[in-house]
Design a protein around this ligand. Structure first.
Ligand code: GDP
Length: 295
């Protein structure tokens, strides 16, 4: 993935080679390529423009008569800026509650249920936690079953009330159940829709208000490009979520979502999903992602 962006940047830096130092003129050519590459990777126009402006300011201001070649210097500046754009430091998940309640939000198909399982598995195996998964999708019995299948796979209990049509009640009952049975993390998987709609937003906002989670995570399919950014904004406006989960990064995505989301909603990307298996979860490292983008 990201071949496109990486190739373009390579080409851009190649232009600088042989010039010996960065000038207004040759940096302008390079920046044009960088901006085009970002736009091709589905990065929002304004973000790409601001990004290249910052890179230009840094590049021109630098003493280029050092041991670094201009190309290498540009790679470093672009990498540092990309890292900053995607969130700078690694962001953790707040596990301070007892139990810690984590609310999952996102559109249907984004990978919410799969990620709920992955996170439970991660917390159980890597953080020594005892998680409880909660099925709060009252519309699709298949979604409840899917979570049960996931729970069985990873050996994590799943709480559901198939006859109850009130997600707020289900979530509150699940937290009671967790307290009574020694679970220290509760992961609430909610109903999604194929597109943002008012009923879904009201429902999840009500659950959010009632359970007051330590952590609200927004799950988004990285393959959906610019739409991912718009969906993130819609959910953030209602939930003021704490972090983003970018799924399907194993697919043929160009990564524009990773670059844009942080700047638009100003929330960190916390984890990435890199496959359908329960182990396909990684902490999001902005600098690693920048390396990957640059190739
Ligand atoms: P939900 O409707 O948001 O709960 O989405 P699901 O968890 O059911 O996921 C939708 C589809 O995406 C399923 O077929 C999952 O196996 C698949 N999926 C989820 N996460 C990933 C991922 O990181 N990589 C890939 N390749 N597929 C994923």
């Amino acid at each position: 993935m990201f071949d496109n962006l990486s190739d373009k940047l390579d080409k851009a830096f190649h232009i600088l080679k042989g010039h010996g130092k960065i000038t207004e003129v040759n940096v302008a050519d390079t920046l044009k390529e960088v901006r085009r590459a970002l736009l091709d990777a589905d990065v929002n126009f304004k973000i790409a423009k601001d990004f290249t402006t910052r890179v230009k300011e840094k590049a021109i201001g630098e003493d280029v008569l050092t041991t670094l070649q201009p190309g290498q210097l540009m790679v470093k500046i672009v990498k540092d800026e990309l890292t900053e754009l995607m969130g700078g430091d690694v962001a953790g998940v707040n596990l301070s509650g007892n139990p810690s309640v984590i609310l999952m939000s996102g559109l249907q198909g984004s990978g919410k249920t799969t990620f709920s399982g992955k996170l439970a598995n991660f917390l159980q195996t890597k953080k020594n936690k005892k998680p409880l998964l909660v099925a709060c999708d009252i519309y699709r019995p298949a979604a409840i079953n899917q979570l049960h299948v996931v729970g069985e796979q990873i050996g994590v209990e799943v709480y559901s009330e198939p006859e109850n049509k009130n997600p707020v009640e289900i979530a509150l009952n699940a937290i009671k159940h967790a307290k009574a049975n020694g679970f220290n993390v509760v992961i609430v998987d909610t109903a999604g829709r194929l597109a943002v709609d008012e009923e879904m937003m009201t429902e999840i906002a009500n659950v959010h208000k009632a359970i007051q989670p330590q952590e609200t995570l927004f799950v988004v399919d990285s393959m959906t490009g610019q739409d991912a950014v718009n969906t993130a904004k819609a959910f953030n406006d209602r939930l003021n979520f704490d972090g983003v989960i970018l799924t399907k990064l194993d697919g043929d995505t160009r990564g524009g979502a990773a670059i844009s989301i942080k700047s638009v909603v100003d929330k960190p990307i916390k984890f990435i999903g890199t496959g359908e298996k329960m182990e396909a979860i990684d902490v999001f490292y902005p600098s690693r992602m920048a390396d990957r983008i640059l190739g």
